[in-house]
Write a protein that binds this ligand. Structure first.
Ligand code: ADP
Length: 597
């Protein structure tokens, strides 16, 4: 930039100087020539005019009564006398005496030119008897021819100037102008260098700064070296660069925040430009849709089946749609952004599988609760009605049997309601653990003792297998016992009479565990993953018959989760079922109160 501006400046100055010199030179040279010509003719006019009567009279009288050659000599003598007045120098300006009829050379301050005197228009005018003063700008000479006709013989006094003086003057002036031009050129080059230093250098610095700013580098503040327009421009640039830097930093910050948000948010976001191409897609979007996004991916392939692009782009607010991908329920929100030419369409993907599942679970739960309560209620109602209808008629034994059923069913309802209440406490987080440190081995043994009689009633072979010592455990003893009782009672319930049930316990890696293994009816593979769900029962009739609510294992799982322990089914090849529970020795770590037993 510097070089080109410098060159331009220099060229302009050279052109200025050259054109100035050409104009001035032409004007001067023309003026000199014109002055020289006009000086010559005015001098001649005054010499041969009325102002100079002596000269003209001397010339006229010089020829009277003389012969042709003598007359010429006489005229020459007069001319020689007046040579100074005529400016005759014998080199460039000469006088001649010519024959008044033929224009031939007779005498003069210079010898006759080779090839004879040329007869100029002025000589022709003089031959015709009139003085010839005509000048021609094109001619390379100036002349005046004056006829002398007093005597017999006519003569012509002819003054001829070859303009050499004017030409040499012009030549000198030309040389002078060329020299002045050269000087002017040198000055102009020097000036352009100076100008480039004072004007172009700050501009260059400004340009460098602008180039750097265009590349995003605002770090360098430009030095303000003058108070002129360039200084003000540099100042404004510095202020603008500072503001731009702050704004860019803010925008970048915002973008980084958004990028981080997009990257880590659970909802998927896909943005399309006006050309329907993907301009942004976060990992969640790819994961939810089970797709990998490329820049060539287009709206139509991905979401064209839901709404046409134009419909979304022109929508007043957003459009909603639902999709099921790989068993997950997705809620889609499609909305236009920045409707100007720059805008596009944004698709927000929200995974609602959990809400849907929770909603379904809630509905199933309500249905199950209603069903579970309706059965005993129906029984109670029908037995109560029969009792009411047959008051006095029914035999006492039958009435007592009916009342027994009513009591049983009421107990069952209370049992169900108690279990539901326990679960509801877990769900709402209102269930606090009462943590104590107690010997795990005692809890297992107590459970064994509690169910021993029942097991014997069913002729089961109930065994207890554990090491002589197990560590203390921090837990809610009552709840842990509830879980143990549930597992062992189930084993007794779901094992045909005369079965074999083994309760074992142990400790390893900071945990204590208890396992109950039976050789009962077991659980089909397809049901295994469900048996910890609420109200899930493999055989509903059998479960009800044995007083089960289908909530025992669900409650057991909640209790174990609260203790940061777990309960699960152990795979085994033999018939029957093995259920295992594990507890961390140190307790759940937070929540609950801990008392020494
Ligand atoms: P329930 O009150 O019906 O026993 P649970 O939640 O304790 O409810 O058990 C859920 C279901 O798991 C039972 O209905 C039964 O079908 C099955 N089950 C539990 N333990 C055993 C076991 N030891 N053998 C076979 N099936 C079992």
């Amino acid at each position: 930039m510097r070089r080109s501006l410098h060159l331009k400046l220099m060229l302009i100055m050279i052109l200025l100087i050259v054109s100035l010199m050409v104009v001035v030179g032409a004007f001067l040279m023309n003026s000199v020539t014109r002055y020289y010509i006009s000086d010559f003719y005015s001098r001649m006019a005054s010499a041969f005019g009325q102002d100079n009567v002596d000269f003209v009279r001397d010339l006229q009288t010089a020829t009277e009564g003389e012969r042709r050659s003598d007359g010429a000599a006489m005229i020459e003598t007069v001319l020689a006398a007046y040579g100074g007045m005529l400016g005759v120098d014998g080199r460039d300006r000469n006088y001649f005496v010519l024959d008044g009829v033929t224009g031939q050379y007779l005498a003069g301050s210079a010898p006759e030119p080779e090839g004879g005197m040329s007869v100029t228009p002025n000589i022709t005018t003089a031959i015709l008897g009139q003085p010839g003063y005509a000048s021609s700008a094109a001619a390379d000479y100036m002349d005046v021819a004056v006829p002398i006709t007093r005597g017999e013989q006519p003569y012509i006094v002819y003054i001829l100037d070859n303009r050499v003086t004017a030409q040499s003057l012009n030549r000198e002036m030309f040389t002078l102008i060329i020299e002045a031009s050269m000087l002017g050129l040198i000055i102009s080059i020097l000036l352009s260098v100076l100008l480039s230093k004072t004007m172009v250098s700050p501009l260059q610095r400004l340009t460098d700064g602008l180039e750097k700013a265009a590349e995003g580098d605002f770090s360098k503040k430009l030095e303000v070296t003058s108070n002129d327009e360039i200084g003000q421009l540099t100042d404004s640039f510095n202020a603008m660069a500072k503001r731009l830097q702050t704004t860019i930093a803010e925008v970048e910050n915002e973008r980084n925040k958004l990028d981080t948000l997009f990257l880590h948010m659970a909802d998927g976001v896909v943005a399309f430009d006006r050309q329907r191409k993907v301009i942004h897609a976060n990992p969640a979007a790819a994961q939810l849709l089970g797709l990998g996004f490329g820049p060539q991916d287009r709206y139509d392939r991905l979401f064209g089946g839901l709404f046409p692009f134009s419909q979304v782009a022109e929508a007043d607010s957003h459009l909603s749609a639902q999709l099921t991908v790989a068993g997950r329920y997705l809620e889609l929100l499609l909305a236009p952004f920045a409707r100007a030419n720059q805008g596009g369409v944004l698709v927000l993907i929200h995974d609602v599988t959990e809400q849907r599942t929770a909603e379904q679970t809630r509905k199933d739960f309500v249905a199950n609760v209603s069903h579970e309560l309706r059965t005993p209620l129906t029984n109670i109602k029908s037995y109560a009605e029969t009792l009411a209808d047959g008051v006095g008629d029914l035999p006492t034994a039958t009435a007592q049997r009916f009342l027994g059923v009513i009591l049983n069913e009421s107990d069952r309802m209370i049992h169900i309601l108690q279990d539901l209440l326990t679960l509801s406490k877990f769900d709402s987080g209102r269930s606090e653990l009462r943590l104590t440190s107690f010997p795990f081995i005692r809890a297992v043994d107590d459970t064994y003792q509690a169910v021993l009689m029942e097991a014997q009633n069913h002729r089961h072979d109930l065994r207890l297998s554990m090491p002589p010592y197990l560590p203390f455990v921090v837990a809610d003893r009552e709840r842990v016992m509830q879980v143990m009782m549930n597992i062992v009672s189930n084993a007794i319930k779901y094992t045909p009479d005369g079965g074999r049930i083994v309760i074992s316990a142990g400790a390893s890696a900071g945990k204590v565990w208890m396992e109950v293994d039976d050789n009962g009816i077991g659980i089909p593979a397809s049901d295994r993953e469900h048996i910890f769900e609420r109200f899930y029962r493999v055989d509903k009739a059998r479960s009800r018959q044995s007083g089960g609510t289908g909530l025992g294992l669900a409650i057991a799982q909640e209790i174990m989760a609260q203790h940061k322990g777990q309960i699960f089914l152990v795979d085994k090849d033999e018939p029957g079922l093995t259920v295992r529970m594990e507890l961390p020795i140190g307790g759940p770590g937070r929540g609950g109160s801990c008392e020494e037993e």
